[in-house]
Design a protein around this ligand. Structure first.
Ligand code: AMP
Length: 314
């Protein structure tokens, strides 16, 4: 029985970045999050794929030990997202969203999983996210949710309802502003916390992330990579990494959350180094350890002594 269950999309993506282009590439919020989380805990996916979904997708998941019992096969086409990034790699421009088999997706989570420790409601229709919570007989110890502009624009009321029922929200900075109606990210986080989640994690692409838990704020940088090739999936890999690590530990202290955010940031840095999911496939423990050490070096400095002149004069 996996400790972490992820509900989200398994997709075929068409992506163009300044560094290349891929068509029908393996993607989707649950796909990226599941692969990333698989390095940290046992994980199961709840999703749907269409008749055109290639066996490769399942091979990659199987190779990483991801439980795919909860992935339904539909006679429709697979959910497909076409997006483009220009030189601002922080902003994905959606060219087309083909919901396809997602339109009739009505998962019965109890068929695959009953007693869920941690649930990640990855980016998907908020009506589906809400139905999953309705269906569970026992509340998970932690529910994390992710969403995006598409759902804020098309299903805001459903999203607002489901936000009341979760512990942690992950959201991009532009989408945090859109959802809260605030420009300041601190104020955005406060407004969103009032909508329900105690913890709000704002993802800022190459600028890292800001984590608001109760009154505390934590900032993590993104790893400064020499070559970013495709940012698709960075947010989902980040989420998969941090939730996977949190799931492994009983304690859900703020210290543990901070550590888990660094893990998520490291996983995102692998993801963006190549197209589709290639950057987070087949990672070896020394690769991950090295990246975590690099994160520690990047952010540590000797504590500062008071440096102001005592009389405050110039
Ligand atoms: P991100 O981690 O934010 O870059 O998410 C990238 C993934 O989100 C892609 O692989 C897409 O297939 C998936 N995606 C794009 N649009 C949607 C949507 N409206 N709902 C769910 N998943 C989506």
């Amino acid at each position: 029985m996996p400790k972490l269950v992820i509900v989200g999309t398994v997709a075929l993506d068409n992506i163009r970045t300044p560094f290349g282009e891929v068509k029908n590439a393996l993607g989707g919020s649950a796909f990226y999050a599941g692969l990333s989380a698989s390095y940290w805990t046992e994980v199961g996916l709840v999703a749907v794929v269409g008749r055109d979904y290639p066996p490769d997708g399942f091979s990659v998941l199987n190779r990483h030990g991801v439980d795919v019992r909860g992935i339904e096969k539909s006679a429709e086409l697979t959910f497909s997202w076409s997006g483009e990034y220009t030189y601002d790699l922080n902003t994905a421009h959606t060219l087309k969203t083909d919901l396809n088999c997602l339109l009739s997706f009505n998962p019965d989570i109890r068929k695959s999983y009953q007693d869920i420790d941690t649930l990640f409601l990855a980016n998907i229709d908020p009506d589906i996210q809400g139905r999953i919570l309705d269906d569970l007989e026992k509340a998970p110890s932690l529910v994390v949710l992710d969403t995006m502009n598409y759902w804020i624009e098309t299903k805001k009321n459903s999203l607002l309802k489901v936000l009341k029922r979760i512990g942690i929200l992950t959201i991009n900075e532009g989408e945090a502003r859109m959802l809260s109606g605030q420009f300041s990210l601190v104020q955005s986080a406060r407004v969103i916390q009032d909508m329900g989640p105690e913890t709000v994690i704002i993802k800022r692409g190459e600028y890292g992330s800001l984590v608001f838990e109760g009154k505390s704020i934590f900032a993590s940088p993104a790893y400064p990579l020499e070559d970013v090739r495709d940012p698709t999936g960075a947010g989902d890999s980040f989420a998969g990494g941090f939730i996977g690590y949190l799931t492994r530990h009983e304690d859900r202290s703020n210290d543990r959350l901070r550590q888990s955010i660094v893990i998520g940031s490291a996983m995102a840095s692998f993801c963006v180094s190549d197209f589709s999911s290639r950057g987070i496939e087949n990672l070896k423990p020394p690769d991950v350890s090295r990246r975590l050490q690099e994160f520690s070096d990047l952010t540590s400095y000797r504590s500062l002594a008071p440096i102001l002149r005592s009389d405050g004069s110039q």
